[in-house]
Write a protein that binds this ligand. Structure first.
Ligand code: OGA
Ligand code: MN
Length: 208
């Protein structure tokens, strides 16, 4: 269950929240099958970084491959409905004015990584809350590929999250630096963002 009250509390106190076995295994399996299909049909593209720079490829920073969810399947619609319920819940709890949700399927081939970054800089100023959902059914610790969450006073590491199916991580986009460590196997996730309306999110836009 994505408990918006518990998530809102955690966002207020530490800026991040994590739980295992939140998304149903059946839904994770169908989403992963879809991701594999998109991969097989060449729909995944090398990820870019930054506004106005979206197609430039920074292989030194990230080496994952992505495709935007478009709600074209029942599984995507089910996932997007869960996210919309959370969006409404977070708005009720925190009055964040979250306006929309966007998400991408993400594939990290073995050895791929995403160095420490925040998602609200350069091209993403309207992103307020990140939510990452993991899809790999079996993920032993020795496979690596952890999400590292940096959150303390001095931005020190506070958690390593194994990307196992059903695990969900939520955090404040502006506040929480994070990193994806290289894995020894293919790693599949959905990276999503709750956004404010860029035309009314003046404060956030000014922080770019
Ligand atoms: C991202 C990201 C984390 C993950 O796509 O911006 O940080 O664990 N993804 O896939
Ligand atoms: Mn990120």
């Amino acid at each position: 269950m994505l408990d918006s009250t518990a998530i809102a509390d955690a966002l207020c106190t530490s800026g991040w929240w994590m739980a295992r076995n939140v998304l149903e295994p059946g839904l994770c399996a169908v989403l992963q099958a879809e991701l594999l299909h998109w991969q097989a049909t060449g729909a995944l593209k090398t990820a870019g970084i930054g506004r106005g720079d979206a197609h430039r490829q920074h292989m030194a920073t990230r080496s994952d491959r992505i495709a935007w969810l478009d709600g074209s399947s029942a599984a995507q619609q089910q996932y997007l409905a869960l996210m919309d319920a959370l969006r409404v819940g977070l708005n009720r709890e925190l009055m964040l004015g979250l306006f929309e949700f966007e998400a991408q399927f993400t594939h990290y081939p073995p050895g791929a990584f995403y160095r420490q970054h925040r998602d609200s800089f350069a091209g993403a100023a309207s992103r307020v809350v990140n939510i990452v959902t993991y899809l790999n059914e079996h993920w032993p610790a020795e496979a690596g590929g952890e999400l590292v969450v940096y959150a303390g006073e001095g931005g020190e590491e506070v958690q390593r999250v194994l990307p196992a199916a059903g695990t969900v991580v939520v955090f404040l986009s502006e506040r929480i630096p994070h990193e994806v460590l290289p894995a020894t196997r293919d790693r599949y996730s959905i990276a999503g963002w709750f956004r404010v309306n860029a035309t009314t999110g003046a404060r956030l836009d000014l922080m770019e």
